[in-house]
Write a protein that binds this ligand. Structure first.
Ligand code: PLP
Length: 419
């Protein structure tokens, strides 16, 4: 039986999967079962920040696997403490505290729970709890019941009613709609500074600043979902700093690139006080309020520490910015009508397509047509919405690798245009 046949027989068909079966990778390069090699600009959807099987990451996992893989969160482990310190000191650079989860959706669930605790501590004027979290259309926050309910895309929620109550989805980058959308029960605003899955849409600086001001004015928590955009991908350790660096969020969620391939996520809460007694926000999630059996175990913390130190020490966020410039300039020089725009920041880039110039079969999208053709030609990239594909190479991608990927894109789009 082939691998796709085994999938059909034994694996739930929750994904519309490509026929690709990768089995080995190094750096930007990936090989399938048949030995064909690809340039990988998907990287497990922005997960493998250092590329496949980076020696520093492999060594960290190898050593820790032989030392101690897992202990309960009932106890303390030096690596979880060290990782939290690394993140606070060198990446967030604000006083706060961290909970380690196993995925981005779980990290967002943690933020949603924190909003409810905050809404209890700071209730409505009639004394009833605030609980609502405002999120935005085209957002993506994950697939758990909580994170899915937070997500502002009907197709993610279809058929799963009743959703978790307490969310409202407002138009992104629309200050007026937000001003009019805050209600007495609202406790927090959650947004991706750069929306990834929803098509690579950046929050404008004006919008981000207005969100922060409205949070202050209405005593709301400001949460950033940096699951895809965080830890160097957008040119700074934190993506919001590329847009409005003066903003100090109350909560942040991460996953994807922070582990370089091991399953780890986290959420962070600010130490700022929430009342006149000096109660820190980060203390609202006290003993017994939350937990995870695996979250932040020694093995994944060792891996994440190796990844985050490599990103910091080699200044890979700077490389992300340099490569962004190279990509933008090259794409611009092509002057191809089929490319309408390059959106995003650093190495979270979306190439938007003019779907009217592409022959799209029934049930497919322009993005899927182009992504499949690129794969045939040896380049792996993920779609983002119906008309955009993403470029998510590792943060240490070289000029030569970028040029090679761009050449494949040019050749593929030239041919697709002729159709
Ligand atoms: C991928 C993603 C999530 C969900 O992360 P999982 O690890 O798949 O649960 C949440 N938010 C954003 C912005 C993401 O890109």
């Amino acid at each position: 039986m082939t691998t796709p046949e085994r999938y059909t027989k034994h694996v739930l068909p929750t994904y519309g999967r490509f026929p690709l079966v990768p089995v080995r990778g190094t750096g930007c390069r990936l090989w399938d079962e048949a030995g064909k090699s690809y340039l990988d600009f998907c990287m497990g959807i922005a997960v493998c920040s250092l590329g496949h099987c980076h020696p520093r990451l492999v060594e960290a996992i190898r050593v820790q696997a032989g030392e101690l893989m897992h202990v309960s969160n009932l106890y303390q482990h030096p690596l979880q403490a060290e990782l939290a310190e690394e993140i606070n000191t060198h990446h967030v650079k604000l006083p706060g505290k961290i909970f380690f989860s196993n995925s981005g959706a779980e990290a967002n669930d943690g933020l949603i729970k924190s909003a409810r605790r905050f809404g209890l501590k700071r209730p409505q004027s009639d004394g009833s709890q605030r609980y609502e979290v405002i999120t935005f259309l085209q957002s993506f926050h994950g697939r758990t019941l909580g994170a899915m309910s937070a997500t502002g895309q009907a197709k993610i929620q279809e058929g799963f009613d009743p959703l978790l109550p307490g969310f409202r989805h407002l138009p992104f980058n629309d200050i007026e709609a937000l001003e009019n959308g805050i209600r007495p029960e609202t406790a927090a605003i959650l947004l991706e500074p750069i929306q990834g899955e929803g098509g690579v849409n950046m929050a404008t600086p004006e919008f981000l600043r207005a969100v922060a001001e409205l949070c202050k004015k209405h005593d709301l928590l400001l949460f950033f979902d940096e699951v895809q955009a965080g830890f160097g991908r957008c040119g700074d350790a934190m993506a919001w700093r590329m847009i409005a660096p003066e903003i100090q969020p109350d909560g942040i969620s991460w996953a994807k690139g922070m582990g370089g391939g091991v399953p780890i996520g986290a959420f962070w809460l600010n130490d700022r006080t929430v009342d006149a007694d000096g109660t820190p926000l980060s203390s609202l999630m006290g003993p017994g309020s939350h937990g995870s059996t695996y979250g932040g175990n020694p093995l994944v913390c060792a891996a994440s520490l190796a990844v985050l130190k490599e990103i910091r020490e080699k200044e890979l966020a700077v490389n992300a910015l340099l490569m962004e410039v190279r990509i933008r300039e090259t794409v611009k020089s092509w002057n191809l009508p089929v490319i309408t725009e390059v959106r995003g920041q650093g190495l979270l880039l979306g190439v938007a397509l003019d779907s009217s110039l592409i022959a799209v079969p029934e049930g497919k999208t322009a993005a899927l047509v182009v992504v499949s053709k690129l794969m045939e030609h040896g380049l792996i990239v993920p779609p983002a919405g119906p008309n955009t594909f993403r470029l998510l190479p590792p943060l240490n991608v070289t000029e030569a690798e970028v040029d090679e990927a761009l050449a494949i894109i040019k050749m593929t789009l030239d041919r697709i245009n002729i159709i």
